[in-house]
Design a binder for this molecule. Sequence first.
Ligand SMILES: [Zn+2]
Length: 190
Amino acid sequence: MKTLLESMAHGCARCMYCDDSRGTDIDHFQPLKLAPLRAFTWDNHLLACSFCNSNLKRDQYPVDAAGDCLLVDPTVDDPADHLYLLLRCGEYDSYSKKGEHTIRVFGLNRPDLVRGRRDAFCLACSKPRDWHNLRQAGDAEAGRLAQALFDSPFVDVVHAMHRLDPRRAEFVVGTHTLPALEHWQSVYGG
Ligand SMILES: [Zn+2]
């Protein structure tokens, strides 16, 4: 099961929650303590790093009054419907109760992740500028550079840039990065 989950994770088998560390554990999304029979349900198993799994989430599984889960479940939910990444400061904000509880339970705004996302944002501005120049020169290195960016930790930063509202893009990435971002979005966005 772990090998299969690793093959589904992005880059070097990153943790499905923090997208930073290597996924070393299998997390039971709905804890077996609450739902022992879900030990046999494939989509209740997610690849997580030991810090997210054992130090943060543990057996937490908040639910609303109707008993529905208040965590973003990556097997059925699109995180972008509940979470909003503030690219320049590296922190997540929420659109919904689910997003709010997800930030709290998984510690998504812990200092190491916030700093890592800020660094990733810096790279996610400079690499597309290089990629833009290489593409215009017809250099095959452009494809390898794009793949390296997609395989890097904090790929959520790259995905947030794909979704960046064109009206805010210049303010967020700056004038010197805007042409490269627009080119990048036309190829990889959507
Ligand atoms: Zn993690």
